[in-house]
Design a protein around this ligand. Structure first.
Ligand code: SF4
Length: 180
């Protein structure tokens, strides 16, 4: 598994004057099918974006290449919008990352424009996963990570630490090799 955080496709130091950002997040919407106790989205007005603004696209085309994280909510709940925006930004030359819970990994496997997938896996057991994400999804998430790695996708695991899972932190680096 590749844990290189240098994002080899681009040189983030190309423009030292920082006349534009080197990394941005685009929120596709706030819907999510998990129920994390720490989620901030319940306080956010639910809003689905049907398209990306043309003026923003024009601006992003001038900034290429930068690192763009497509996120939510859960971005894979908007597969058409995600594909439309992701492939457009990829054609501009950006480095595209999708931040996801990974449970709909089949959708991501079909998206060949994705440079890296960040998967939230805040537990090393079904019990801890359920405490952190509010649903029984551990086995599917692990299966998704394995499937994406085996398909040649670059995957980063996001392990959010809390009182529920802090005892698992020492085991995390060791356990990641079992996710291949
Ligand atoms: S995965 Fe993110 S958006 Fe979904 S419930 Fe958890 S914190 Fe909220």
């Amino acid at each position: 598994m590749n844990y290189d955080f240098k994002y080899d496709a681009i040189s983030l130091t190309r423009d030292q004057s920082l006349s534009h950002p080197v990394s941005i997040c685009l929120v596709l919407g706030y819907r999510c099918d998990l129920n994390c106790p720490y989620c901030l989205n319940p306080d956010v007005e639910l809003k689905d974006f049907s398209h990306i603004d043309t003026s923003l696209l024009n601006l992003l085309s001038k900034w290429a290449p930068i690192r763009i994280v497509l996120t939510g909510g859960e971005p894979t709940l908007y597969p058409e919008l995600l594909s439309q925006i992701g492939s457009t930004l990829k054609k501009m030359g950006h480095f595209i990352i999708v931040s996801t819970h990974g449970l709909h990994y089949e959708r991501l496997l079909r998206m060949d424009w994705v440079d890296r997938v960040i998967v939230s896996l805040p537990g090393l057991s079904p019990k801890t996963y359920q405490l952190m994400h509010g649903i029984n999804g551990f086995n599917t998430a692990v299966k998704g990570i394995r499937s994406m790695v085996n398909a040649g996708k670059k995957v980063t695991i996001n392990f959010i630490v809390s009182s529920y899972n802090i005892s698992e932190v020492p085991h995390f680096l060791k356990s990641r090799t079992n996710l291949r």
